[in-house]
Design a protein around this ligand. Structure first.
Ligand code: G6P
Ligand code: ZN
Length: 578
């Protein structure tokens, strides 16, 4: 057995190691500075209770982006030096964020121990490569992202750190090969267990969905992994388990730079899939019935039908409305449902109709985790292409696709082999017919000057003090838009731990149920990203079939002029519209 020793390295703090909504995200070149990653990792170890470090099992893996392999070796050596008992690593450093969450919750070591946490190496949907982004976040024992109390402690540790521990003489472990490598250090044995996480993940999915009934449907998705980690799971699940043709997979080979693309599953960045589904440039080929895409770490999803886009806000509402009948895991009912504040109110209507507990939380998956741990929520979703359930404590891109396949299988169970299948579009239109439709769009202004973005937001807050002035202004912009009846900054009191989160987005609420929401993104790495969320409710089923951008044009106009978007940012158009 190889012996290793522990070295104490002197270091000095770096500015700006504050973990955002989903960990610390910076350019690779920032992470490559000597001691930069090490400082953050040691600050994390120092923020955790001792028993979650000494003798503990931790997971280290991610979406495989550039710098991940180096980071795995560094973190492994630091884990060894800090007295961790074993590290679980996905083969080639690959493990989707939902798979990590599942591994923390479900996987058991030979000696019966389970993981107490994970370093997840990802910057999610941000591009990767030597000049792009890297990221790291810590998830806790419940499989969910560390709560603010822990991330605050990590941040404060990064400001005072003077040394870190590392086993410099621990040899690099070959993480391309599955197997356990054992070492021995001053505090006893240390193992690095490299494994194929798709096996654990498939096992988990089979406890939730009925793979046989999905298989009968023979309508497997055209799946675009955008060269993220989802490709690994897609191949195993859609092709090997559910019998889809290999040709239905797009960009399913994980790459360190995501093939030079932007691994975000939306109508702008998932271009190949969008074209294939008949929503992009026209082609003579008849599009398939079902398509889906994932982001870099496979927690996000986009659902498409033939020439049809399902908004994430509708997607979670439709899954919630159909879950009990279509998905075995929910057969005994839903404990409750939840959405983030900027997500449309489509889910609210379902909750009301089905008499379900309902929660509106700030943006950020961790808020759902608390509700789930307390047994108050089964299904939740966000407008930012995140959907999931209490099977884990992260959103889950492949889970969402399997949920849609299950709903399709259920709706078609009596006409398999018949020529007119109930399609994704049919399901969405039927849903609108029953519950009404929330027209919805989001405008993103990426990489805006941070000061300008702050000023724009401050102006929107200060205008809230006089609604009569706001309404006067609105009437000058568009006379066909209803009055603002309330305006505030969203504030949330967690019903489980009582913690209060303030300044979670600026809201303008209109008399007819429409909403305008303005937020600064918490996940960007340069400048600021302003997000404008625009929503309008239509109950009249004869009016739910309009083109969404047409229906929302008046409100969009109001949003941009009210916020003085062009004046503050110099931008005449958003970077992305979803
Ligand atoms: C991450 C989180 C989501 C959140 C999203 C918001 O993906 O996991 O829970 O909705 O970021 O991103 P934003 O850029 O809008 O802050
Ligand atoms: Zn992600």
């Amino acid at each position: 057995m190889v012996l290793f020793s522990v070295t104490k390295k002197a270091t000095t703090p770096f500015d700006g190691q504050k973990p955002g909504t989903s960990g610390l995200r910076k350019k690779v070149t920032v992470f490559q500075q000597p001691h930069y990653l090490q400082n953050f990792v040691q600050s994390t170890f120092n923020a955790l209770p001792a028993d979650q470090v000494k003798g503990a099992t931790i997971v280290v893996s991610g979406d495989g982006r550039y710098f991940s392999k180096d980071a795995v070796q560094i973190i492994t050596k630091m884990a060894a030096a800090n007295g961790v008992r074993r590290v679980w690593v996905g083969q080639d450093s690959l493990m989707s964020t939902p798979a990590v969450s599942g591994v923390i919750r479900e996987r058991v070591a030979a000696d019966g121990s389970k993981a107490t946490g994970a370093f997840i190496l990802t910057a999610s949907h941000n591009p990767g490569g030597p000049t792009e982004d890297f990221g790291i976040k810590y998830n806790m024992e419940n499989g969910g992202p560390a709560p603010e109390s822990v991330t605050d402690k990590i941040f404060s540790n990064t400001k005072t750190i003077t040394e870190y521990l590392i086993a410099e003489d621990l040899p690099d472990v070959d993480i391309s090969v599955v197997g356990v490598t054992s070492f021995s250090g001053p505090e006893g044995p240390f193992d690095v267990d490299v494994f194929d996480s798709t096996i654990d993940y498939i096992k988990l999915m089979k406890t939730i969905f009925d793979f046989e009934s999905i298989k009968k449907l023979l309508a497997s998705p055209n799946y675009d992994a955008l060269h993220g980690v989802a490709g690994n799971y897609a191949k195993r699940i859609f092709v090997e388990e559910l019998g889809a043709d290999e040709s239905s997979l797009l960009n399913c080979v994980p790459k360190e730079d995501f093939g030079g693309g932007h691994p975000d599953p939306n109508l702008t960045y998932a271009k190949e899939l969008v074209d294939r589904m008949g929503l992009g440039k026209s082609s003579n080929v008849e599009p398939p019935e079902f398509g889906a895409a994932a982001d870099g770490d496979a927690d996000r999803n986009m659902i498409l039908g033939k020439r049809f886009f399902v908004t994430p806000s509708d997607s979670v509402a439709i899954i919630a409305a159909n879950a009990v009948q279509s998905i075995p895991y929910f057969a005994f009912g839903l404990k409750g449902v939840a959405r983030s504040m900027p997500t449309s109110a489509a889910l609210d209507v379902v909750a009301k109709n089905l008499n379900l507990k309902f929660f509106e939380v700030p943006t950020g998956w961790k808020f759902f985790g608390n509700l789930m741990d307390a047994g108050m929520c089964s299904i939740c979703g966000e407008e930012s292409f995140g959907t999931g359930s209490d099977h884990i404590r992260e959103k889950d891109g492949i889970w969402a696709v399997l949920a849609w396949l299950s709903i399709l299988a259920f709706k078609n169970k009596d006409n398999l082999g018949g020529d007119k299948l109930v399609t994704v579009e049919d399901i969405v239109r039927q849903h609108w017919g029953t519950y009404g439709r929330h027209y919805y769009t989001r405008y993103d202004y990426e990489n805006v000057d941070a000061e300008a973005a702050k000023e724009l937001m401050a102006n929107l807050v200060s205008m809230q003090s006089s609604l009569s002035d706001v309404n006067k202004l609105i009437k000058e912009i568009r006379s066909d838009v209803s009055d603002v009846v309330a305006a505030d900054e969203f504030e949330y009191k967690d019903p489980v731990d009582g913690s209060v989160s303030k300044h979670q987005g600026i809201r303008y609420l209109f008399g007819d149920g429409s909403r305008l929401v303005f937020r600064l993104s918490g996940t960007g790495s340069v400048g600021a990203t302003i997000r404008v969320y625009i929503e309008q409710y239509e109950k009249d089923s004869s009016k739910t079939g309009r083109d969404s951008q047409d229906a929302l044009a008046p409100l969009v106009d109001v949003a941009l002029k009210l916020s003085k978007m062009q004046e503050y940012t110099g931008r005449s158009a958003p970077t992305v519209i979803t």
